[in-house]
Write a protein that binds this ligand. Structure first.
Ligand code: COA
Length: 260
């Protein structure tokens, strides 16, 4: 697929997806959501890609939300469909991707932008980043998982405050809330994300995919997370990665994981 709204680059085993609509502060229109789906899907299949970093083009925004101009005239039915399709195509899809995704939050992450960052496996922000779910100021509510993932990440009271006031928080407050793991100067943001990507890449991709599945299971009401962990733990024992990881340890050498 040719991407009009994304730039895909790579460095070693890390792929970088840059949402590239800087004149619209990288707002998520329908085409961009679809492109992101295919980009993540392709990169997940690529055995050479061990980590994906997601960021926004320019110095101002990660993503300033869903593209308001596209849904301003929607009916109730269209609104519902927009949310359910978005969950499936992008937000749940990213959260459940077997390849780890780090959000490099390089500026505004608002509405669907913050929801996208929250669907990633963890977040690192630059000092200029500002985050919020301003939907109620537009007469709507967060519809791409924000009402669920924000309280999961920062607690119900703080999430209620952010959602009901529609206010933005700065990077320092996001760090205090645990919404992002680190805050750095913008020029160091990608370097820090690459450092994490390097560390992740040394580990077993298969074990990593099982770990993501097990952690996510605990946030899914229809799944028993502990049971999911036990099953995933057992499955690891049948993998070549497990054989290599344990053998390398006993032979006092660095593991070279085959990824199966
Ligand atoms: N959807 C569509 N277009 C958007 C957008 C969005 N969510 N966010 C920004 N843009 C567009 C603006 O319309 C503007 O386009 P134009 O130059 O063609 O008029 C361009 O991006 C630049 O934005 P602008 O508002 O001029 O920048 P700013 O620095 O004055 O303000 C923000 C930055 C982020 C505070 C402001 O753009 C904003 O509030 N955006 C909407 C945030 C939002 O409510 N998101 C949730 C959507 S559900």
């Amino acid at each position: 697929m040719q991407f009009k709204n994304l730039l895909i680059t790579s460095e070693g085993n890390t792929a970088i997806i840059t949402i590239d609509r800087p004149t619209k502060l990288n707002a998520l229109n329908k085409a961009t959501i679809e492109e992101l789906h295919y980009a993540f899907k392709d990169l997940e299949k690529d055995k050479n890609v061990k980590v994906i970093i997601l960021t926004g083009s320019g110095e101002k925004a990660f993503v300033a939300g869903a593209d308001i101009s596209e849904f301003a005239n929607f009916s109730e039915k269209e609104g519902g469909k927009l949310a359910s399709k978005g969950h499936k195509q992008l937000f749940d899809f990213v959260e459940n991707l077997s390849t780890p995704v780090i959000a490099a939050v390089n500026g505004f992450a608002l509405g669907g932008g913050l929801e996208l960052a929250m669907a990633c496996h963890f977040r690192v922000a630059s000092h200029n980043a500002r985050m919020g779910l301003p939907e109620v100021s537009l007469g709507v509510i967060p519809g791409y998982g924000g009402t669920q993932r924000l309280p999961q990440l920062i607690g119900r009271g703080r999430a209620m405050e952010m959602i009901l006031t529609a206010s933005m928080i700065d990077a320092a407050k996001a760090l205090e809330f645990g919404l992002v793991n680190y805050v750095v100067e913008q020029e160091h943001l990608m370097d820090l994300c690459m450092k994490f990507a390097g560390k992740i890449s040394n580990n077993s991709p298969v074990a990593i995919s099982y770990a993501i599945k097990a952690v996510n299971a605990g946030f899914n009401n229809s799944i028993n997370g502990f049971k999911a962990e036990i099953e995933a733990f057992g499955s690891c024992f049948g993998t070549s990665d497990f054989k290599e990881g344990t053998t390398a340890f006993l032979e006092k050498r660095k593991a070279n994981f085959p990824g199966a």
